[in-house]
Write a protein that binds this ligand. Structure first.
Ligand code: FNR
Length: 187
């Protein structure tokens, strides 16, 4: 069993990325166990907090430490990732020398209502994760164009080709996690 902490990059109450996260969890291999890592209540990061992190930020770092891998499901905001998600990444990467993402297996995906499917945001996120030294699954990529005809609100995927694609993505992630942890076991 592998524990996957997942981030939803949107704070929207009607988030299509939250629906995508439900779909991914439904379609994932049985030996992946998912826990959301919340980002909503984090204050804005400042180095002034480094000496004494607030409870929300401690909880964030504890949740990542308790995960075997992390999954990011994010919208694209202005050709990058939402500020709330970047803020969470900044918190997790600090204090200096205590970067929570060091060597953690990670996968990136996201949905947009436009055709581009968060491609630019995902590249932006990959740059951040590279600097944070996460072990990113580089392929397959999953740029998801959300439509209500394909995704039901509970995460059921209504089009079989999309379900197959997402099922394969999660199966690849499961195998990638196993591969990384074989070489780089979590402490
Ligand atoms: C967007 N949206 C958007 N879409 C896109 O494909 N590329 C982009 O750069 C942006 N930029 C952007 C900025 C801001 C501030 C908002 C609010 C929206 C549209 C976006 O994909 C759409 O709102 C999605 O529904 C957002 O995902 P969630 O919040 O529904 O998960």
């Amino acid at each position: 069993m592998y524990k996957v902490g997942y981030f939803v990059g949107s704070l929207s109450s009607t988030s299509v990325n939250r629906i995508l996260s439900r779909a991914l969890i439904r379609l994932a291999p049985d030996d992946l166990q998912f826990t959301e890592i919340p980002i909503r209540d984090l204050p804005l990061y400042s180095p002034d907090y480094d000496a004494d992190y607030p409870p929300e930020a401690r909880a964030l770092k504890d949740a990542i430490a308790a995960s075997d891998a992390v999954l990011f499901v994010t919208p694209e905001y202005n050709r990058s990732i939402p500020g709330a998600l970047k803020n969470a990444l900044d918190w997790a990467s600090r204090p200096w020398g205590q970067n929570s993402f060091h060597h953690i297996p990670a996968a990136v995906t996201g949905a947009s209502i436009g055709q581009i499917g968060t491609a630019v945001a995902q590249q932006s996120l990959r740059g951040v994760l590279s600097f944070c030294n996460a072990r990113q699954m580089t392929a397959p990529e999953a740029y998801i164009h959300y439509t209500p005809e394909v995704f039901a609100p509970d995460g059921e995927v209504l089009v079989e080709s999309t379900a197959t694609f997402l099922r394969d993505f999660m199966a690849e992630f499961r195998n990638y996690i196993e591969m990384v942890l074989t070489v780089l076991p979590r402490q």
